[in-house]
Write a protein that binds this ligand. Structure first.
Ligand SMILES: [Cu+2]
Length: 121
């Protein structure tokens, strides 16, 4: 009986940790080491779709070995440039606070196949 109680509390801790990680991951977007396949694999930005609440700040972190530049909008419909990171060197971060709800697309100016979405509720 004791074993069951211990197992239950351990899995409860893991659940709490994963929920905390999910909440953290959403407004923390990583640009991993990329290659052209990331567009096919939907992994140029992790997460590809980050969901946040109005007024929250999204932080992008360039974990890649090359430069990137984030621009609001989409390559297909044109850059709205509602935000613009400028050049992000490896290890650089960029943060942006979105104060209204909506679905905001962005992409990398240097690598337009890299696309992401911020979903603000
Ligand atoms: Cu890029």
């Amino acid at each position: 009986m004791k074993k069951i109680v211990i197992l239950a509390s351990v899995s409860g801790i893991f659940l709490a940790l994963s929920l905390a990680q999910a909440a953290f991951a959403d407004n923390h977007v990583v640009i991993p080491k990329t290659n052209r396949d990331c567009a096919t694999l939907d992994s140029c930005f992790v997460p590809t779709i980050a969901s946040i609440k109005k007024g929250q700040t999204v932080v992008w972190q360039n974990d890649d070995l090359t430069i990137h530049s984030l621009v609001g909008g989409s390559k297909d419909t044109g850059a709205s440039r509602f935000f613009q990171s400028g050049t992000l060197l490896p290890d650089d971060t960029f943060s942006y606070t979105i104060s209204h709800s909506g679905i905001f697309h962005y992409y990398c100016e240097f690598h337009p196949w890299m696309k992401g979405v911020i979903w603000v509720t």
